[in-house]
Design a protein around this ligand. Sequence first.
Ligand SMILES: Nc1ncnc2c1ncn2[C@@H]1O[C@H](COP(=O)(O)OP(=O)(O)O)[C@@H](O)[C@H]1O
Ligand SMILES: [Mg+2]
Length: 319
Amino acid sequence: MCGRIDDPKGKSRVEYVIEAENLRKVFNNFVAVDGISFQVYPGECFGILGPNGAGKTSTIRMIYGFSPITSGKLRVFGLDITQKWRKIRARVGVCQQDNNLDADLNVRENLEIFAQYFNISRKQARGKAQSLLKFIALEHRQDDEVINLSGGMKRRLVLARALINDPDLLILDEPTTGLDPQSRHQVWDRLRELRSKKGLSILLTTHYMEEASQLCDRLIIMDHGRILVEGKPADLIRHHVGHVVIEVDDPSPKLRIFVQNHNLKHEDLGHRLIIYGQNQDSGRLFQEIDDQFVNENCILRMATLEDVFLKLTGRELRE
Ligand SMILES: Nc1ncnc2c1ncn2[C@@H]1O[C@H](COP(=O)(O)OP(=O)(O)O)[C@@H](O)[C@H]1O
Ligand SMILES: [Mg+2]
């Protein structure tokens, strides 16, 4: 389905920022993206999750016109990517998976020189660079060589560079991978600010489930080039896992029988039993297990997006 649609809040008729329909990417004979369809609304933060090799980067590279689509339909701002990729790229900001900063330029120059790709005048570029450096708290390092920045600073600089053309859509490929918690939270704060103050639409991939839960309005989980599920983080958790999770280390045969007899939704990992609580009585259930099977190490915790992710994509290592 392409074209205009009703705004989810019912306010006005708006266009999707991104519409992918049966989108495919094939490298030689290898199918990296296998006919996926999804839409992103204006002002939304949309997440693409998936194990390594799921097809996340291949998908977003097509969206910012870096990699041609093999087949299907892809419209960004209502424009066909195969025909209007120049116009689309002018309105998109991209943080690629790797920090591809120019090591020969200092921090400020990395922003100012990049601005030339968008035909921004030198004077304007200087002003924009200064305000972006302030936004990412790197003003004091503007004359430094890029090589001397910490991982978190480099990532913030890549984010600032993606904003140099005042994009309507920001695309972030694993924006916080490898960052310490402080740097990660700082990036999250900046992204929230961009959304709330500028109404920016954001498309991001991430391996951090907490990041997806905190930032994304909606998300898809991909594997082997296909979409497994789509939805709001909280809805996905409730639907696929429940409210709480009880984890028991080295479960006894008796506990396994108890779980079977009570028809409890669970996953048996051998050394650990994971029981998914679908209702509010899970506290009582935990108490019952804890009382009856006192020798087992047992914890009760809230269900998370990570539970959904592991349940749907499995626990085997990838790559
Ligand atoms: N240029 C390419 N040529 C051949 N295979 C590729 C290329 N880019 C990605 N792939 C393959 O496509 C699959 C999906 O890759 P990618 O989109 O990078 O996954 P993700 O970002 O989810 O980790 C992987 O198996 C990867 O090896
Ligand atoms: Mg990737």
